[in-house]
Ligand binder design. Sequence first.
Ligand code: GRF
Length: 221
Amino acid sequence: MNCFLHVSLKYICYDDIYMGRVNVAILASGRGSNFKAILEEIKEGRCNAKINVLISDNPKAPAIAHARDNVIPVEIVEKSDFDSRAKMDLKIKEILDSHSVDLVVLAGYMLILKGKELLEAYKNKIINIHPALLPSFPGVDAQKQAFEYGVKVSGVTIHFVDSTLDAGPIIYQEAVDISECKSADEISEKILAVEHKAYAKVIDLFSKNKFRTQGRRVVKD
Ligand code: GRF
């Protein structure tokens, strides 16, 4: 193959790879196992997305190193650099806009998004994953709450993010049998394995415009 043809083919392939994909921003504060799982599913061709940027409020988050290893741009937006959460979220919105983001994926992001401009501009374009069947056990330590309450079935909820705490319109739920779990950690582990498949699946459906919202009901076409 001559040099010119080789370069042209590479160009065509690159364009082709990302055609029709949903441009995603990941927001993560910690280890980022969901981020890693989504990236893996993208690489395996099971999730029609491209991760344009990883945003973190925690410069020590292990998710950052994983993003850099995979040549994904990283933006650190720390709470301590702003005198209000509104200003912090405005900065996040500017970053999302500059990376042409279609879908914002919260993956272990430990802050509640509060900025009006951000929430309005990205209405029904921000999703979160919660390790329980909402509306049961919202907030932190959902697995511990489920363990202490003694429920036998918990699970995963993926929902749109609005100004409420874990109460935005529900997109997807999957039940997990936790009746044999002996601790909150065991519940976390069992639910996490389900999270890793479910999140990429929902992002893939989003890329194919499979969701419609009717009030707070999300229906799949
Ligand atoms: C997950 O359990 C998720 O449901 C919750 O925070 C945890 C994040 O884990 N929102 P990771 O950082 O993706 O490993």
